[in-house]
Write a new protein. Structure first.
Lengths: 290, 346, 345
């Protein structure tokens, strides 16, 4: 059994195909969807058939047609154009919040896990405190202080995520720190910084990245929830959560106003989740050896 | 050639460990009152230049902790570790750093002692980078020299550990340990994760490096048959103490301590005609949190007398550098020497 | 010991792990038979297929493993048996002891209840009866103060004691076959000796047939009646234990014995087997040891059949007259099995 794995390693690990590195078929599909969505967000001004914020009282709630494939909303704005533009805000918040959370959470997790002892105890109790706070309440109180808007929503989500990130990183750092190659590197004169940079970070970043992609998916949902509550992006900004919030009042009358942003959210969340699964597979040492 | 400086009394030994003690606090919860694990309790031994000394014992004997104290992975609670006569603890940082370069560890499981994301070249070159030895070309040449020294084909330089067999992985670990040209290698169970045929290769490599480079080796192992093959001297540990030490042949064939005897008898011999002795050590190694009073081995000892549960036996000298800490053995030896005039055992 | 006939017979058993990138031939064409009452050793280095083979006997291989050939237990072919029938056999007629006592017991249940559960899984028994019997078993395997320890969770026991509990559970239903896969590898030497004694004593008392999977030739030499040596998925030699150690027939067996660090050749360098175990995802044709064998010949490209020689051992090697005769070939002019491998540093 062990050779079954052990021997094929020699060939398998030598040259992993791009598909394998991205985490197999699921990962590939996830990354592809994500790439398309990012391209859409960037090229939104070129792709959008209409201006997303132009109000046209003559075209309120027209159903999907060739001129307006996704129909128009309560103010006669083109839903397709709004969806295309909405990816900009939605993806920025999803990626931005998680990057910010990583920027803060990663050093905390590494410090706590690598140094250990009192440093760990103090940092992690602080993190626990943050974690003990209900997430949405935390976000709402932050918004109450700083005011509403997309940027504040991003900040709020990042703060919710910092403790999650720090915990994930710490636990994988703890595993790596216990490996003999870390002790060995110490004995061979490597500095702490060299060990963190060379051994600890590369070997513990995997779980953090997996977590990051899942958190990005959740960020979209949180963002949508905040917008729905009127706490996220403010009209008339085209933003998927906000569109969902607005559209839900006209669900019977003009379902397309609701359906298309909802579908866009679903696809984005799915893409992030697929990427997460792919990363998990790509970083899992058992999968690596296959 | 093996350099034997041990006969010259004026030169201090390469490594001298005296009264080494290591206690680990075990904390129960964050604010809980701790118990203490008496992992190592007053251990003395010497390793001379070019000599192979083995620390043997079962799990919980403290042998690994001794190794970790010497390689600087953990701070001893008490005692001194002298390297060429200099106390490493009392030294400045730079002196300790230079000591660290000269004592290198090799670990049991090559899979965990090599970073899976690093190429073989980077792993072997890590110590050269850490000490900024030479320029990149020189380092790369040195890595290839080291690979050659441990019998690794240089085309493996750009591979990663998981593409290598267990034996090759252990060769990489040994090459990395040799990079800084150490005087002493502390090898903790370097072959116990390997198959028999690969084990033989690594043992041969270690013994060849020892004679070629004049390396001293502190070999930490549970497998007595492996130790017997490689070592000059052996120290048997039980529950944090060295119970018997001496030249390998003496300890194996004229063991004095009942624990050493039991340990040797318990090895299943790969020869069906040599039936295992029916003498079995009963019970199990006690917890080092509450070690037994007197001789630590007395609750399991087949020959224990009353005195053993109260008096901690001091090491008795049985011959050239052969000592054992046992009341009963000392009494027997005294009786033997009494009946026949003392002879040099050699 | 009474040997009355084959309890277990393996006919041309092969196991392949089929994966996305091709398959791995873990066991190839193994023929074996175990007589009732004997202790049979299955030895080899890691990756030789010994564990895969024992898992195939138990029917515990993953879905990706494809088993061919026949595995006859008291004449019934296990490979075509329904899963529910096999489950009936496991833990009842066939008991198992695994390598790591730390993971083979459930940490959330008391040691006593785990033995009792094994009993109740196969026998109609009240809880009370099961408890009483489980306690008897714990006493039998030498758990001190078994009555008070009955309710202890596994982590309160040492490794050796846990392995005793595992053995108690394996013997609970009076199995005819006890399969022990590296039962003492995780234990210290002095504890290992205790467990080996226990297994031998229990066998004498319960008249089980023991199949011991091990890598340690010392254990095999001390415990087994007959031994099968595996290399890279192939069975290379089967012999009575005294025969195997006194006069190994296959070059691999010979080389393996020479690599052992024992006092007999403590002086010089140990003999090693040059090269490496072949990649079983792309195994060499014929004898899989040929690339490392000092006696390699052209005929090694064909798979040598395992054949019984005059002295009662079976060997699969073209050097050997028995193998040659079985394949209808002339014996070689002279064979002398020189010391195994070459000296390699």
């Amino acid at each position: 059994m062990s050779t079954a794995v052990g021997s094929s390693v020699k060939r398998g690990a030598a040259k992993r195909s791009v598909t394998e590195r991205l985490g197999g078929r699921e990962g590939l599909v996830g990354w592809s969807i994500l790439l398309v969505l990012v391209l859409i967000a960037i090229a939104a001004p070129l792709l959008a058939p209409h201006d997303p914020e132009t109000i046209d009282s003559a075209r309120i709630f027209t159903g999907p047609s060739t001129a307006h494939p996704f129909g128009t909303d309560d103010l006669g704005r083109d839903v397709l154009s709004r969806v295309l533009y909405a990816f900009r805000v939605t993806l920025s918040i999803a990626v931005g919040s998680v990057l910010l959370a990583m920027l803060i959470g990663l050093p905390i997790g590494i410090l706590a896990g690598y140094v250990g002892g009192w440093t760990d105890l103090v940092l992690m109790r602080g993190i626990d405190l943050l974690l003990a706070f209900p997430a949405l309440l935390l976000a709402i109180s932050l918004i109450a202080i700083l005011g509403q808007g997309a940027l504040v929503a991003l900040l709020a989500i990042a703060i919710i995520y910092v403790p999650i990130m720090a915990r994930v990183v710490r636990s994988s750092v703890l595993v790596v720190r216990g490996q003999a190659y870390v002790t060995g590197a110490r004995a061979r004169g490597a500095s702490h910084w060299a060990i963190i940079k060379g051994h600890v970070l590369p070997n513990s970043i995997g779980p953090a990245l997996v977590q990051a992609s899942v958190l990005m998916a959740f960020a979209i949902i949180i963002e949508a929830a905040l917008s729905f509550l009127g706490l996220g992006s403010q009209p008339p900004t085209p933003e998927l959560g906000l569109m969902l919030a607005e559209g839900h009042n006209y669900l019977k009358q003009a379902p397309w106003v609701e359906i298309f942003p909802g579908l866009a959210i679903a696809i984005t969340v799915l893409a992030f989740n697929l990427v997460g699964d792919g990363l998990r597979r790509s970083f899992d040492p058992h999968e690596v050896t296959r | 050639m093996v350099k034997k400086l041990s006969d010259q009394p004026q030169a201090p030994p390469l490594l001298q460990v005296q009264g080494l003690v290591k206690h680990f606090p075990v904390r129960r919860g964050v604010f809980g009152r701790g118990a203490v694990v008496h992992a190592v309790e007053s251990v003395d031994f010497v390793v001379n230049r070019g000599e192979v000394v083995s620390l043997v014992g079962e799990s919980g004997s403290g042998k690994t902790t001794v190794g970790r104290c010497i390689t600087g992975m953990t701070e001893p609670t008490a005692g001194t570790i002298r390297f060429e006569g200099q106390d490493i603890a009392g030294n400045s940082r730079t002196a300790r750093d230079s000591f660290r370069r000269r004592v290198q560890p090799v670990f049991q499981d090559p899979r965990s002692s090599l970073d899976p994301r690093w190429t073989i070249e980077r792993t072997i070159g890590e110590p050269l980078n850490a000490y900024r030895i030479g320029n990149p070309e020189q380092r790369s040449a040195r890595v290839r020299e080291l690979m050659d020294m441990v019998g690794l084909p240089t085309y493996l330089a750009q591979r990663r550990p998981q593409e290598l067999s267990g034996g090759q992985q252990q060769r990489v670990a040994i090459a990395a340990a040799l990079a800084l040209e150490p005087d002493l290698i502390v090898a903790d169970e370097p072959v116990s994760a390997l198959d028999v045929s690969v084990q033989a290769q690594i043992l041969n490599l270690l013994s060849e490096l020892r004679s070629r480079l004049g390396l001293a080796l502190l070999f930490i192992a549970h497998d007595l048959s492996v130790v017997e093959h490689l070592s000059d001297r052996v120290a048997v540990m039980y529950l944090g103490r060295i119970v018997e030490t001496g030249p390998v042949k003496e300890v194996y064939h004229r063991s004095r301590h009942p624990y050493t005897k039991a340990l040797i008898e318990a090895i299943p011999r790969p020869d069906p005609t040599q039936v295992m002795s029916a003498n079995r050590l009963t019970g199990e190694i006690p917890s080092p949190v509450n070690p037994p009073s007197g001789c630590r081995f007395h609750p399991r000892c087949p020959v224990a007398i009353d005195r053993c549960s109260t008096d901690d036996p001091a090491p008795t000298v049985f011959g050239m550098r052969h000592t054992a800490a046992c009341h009963v053995a000392a009494m027997q030896f005294a009786a033997e020497s009494h009946s026949q005039p003392a002879k040099d055992p050699r | 010991m009474t040997i009355t006939g084959a309890l277990l017979e393996l006919r041309n058993v092969s196991v392949d792990y089929v994966g996305r990138n091709g398959s791995v031939s873990a066991v190839q064409d193994v023929c074996l038979s175990l007589s009732e009452g004997e202790t049979f050793g299955l030895v080899g280095e890691s990756g030789c297929g010994k564990t895969t083979l024992s898992m195939a006997l138990m029917g515990l291989l993953p879905e990706t493993a494809k088993v061919t050939g026949e595995i006859l237990f008291r004449g019934a072919d296990l490979t075509i048996m329904s899963e529910s029938d096999r489950r009936e056999l496991r833990g009842d007629q066939i008991g198992m002891v695994f390598q790591d006592p730390a993971t083979s017991l459930d940490p959330t249940f008391s040691i006593g209840s785990q033995v009792a559960e094994t009993l109740r899984a196969h026998r109609k028994m009240s809880r009370k009866q099961a408890k009483a019997r489980a306690l008897e078993l714990l006493i039998e395997v030498g758990i001190p103060a078994a009555e008070t320890r009955y309710t202890d969770p596994p982590h309160r026991l040492s490794g050796g004691m846990r392995q005793r509990v595992v053995i108690a559970a394996a013997l609970a239903n009076d199995p005819v076959l006890l399969l022990a896969d590296e039962p003492t590898t995780a234990l210290d030497v002095t504890i290992q000796a205790q467990i080996l004694d226990l297994l031998a004593g229990l066998q004498k008392k319960h008249h089980t047939t023991n199949l011991l999977v091990a890598h340690d030739l010392g254990i095999v030499a001390q415990v087994c009646d007959r031994v099968a040596v595996m290399y890279a998925g192939q069975l290379v030699e089967v012999a009575p234990v005294a025969q195997l150690f006194a006069d190994p027939q296959h070059p691999y067996t010979r080389a393996l014995m020479d690599a052992l660090p024992t006092a007999t050749h403590a002086a010089g360098a140990l003999r090693v087997i040059k090269g490496q175990v072949p990649d079983l995802a792309d195994p060499p044709s014929g004898c899989r040891f040929k690339d490392r064998c000092p006696h390699r010949m052209a005929e090694c490209e064909q798979l040598p059949p395992l054949a019984e020689s005059a002295n009662g051992s079976q060997v699969a090697c073209w050097l050997h007259p028995a193998t040659r005769a079985a394949a209808g070939r002339q014996p070689l002019a002279s064979i002398s099995l020189t010391k195994g491998g070459e000296k390699v540093v």
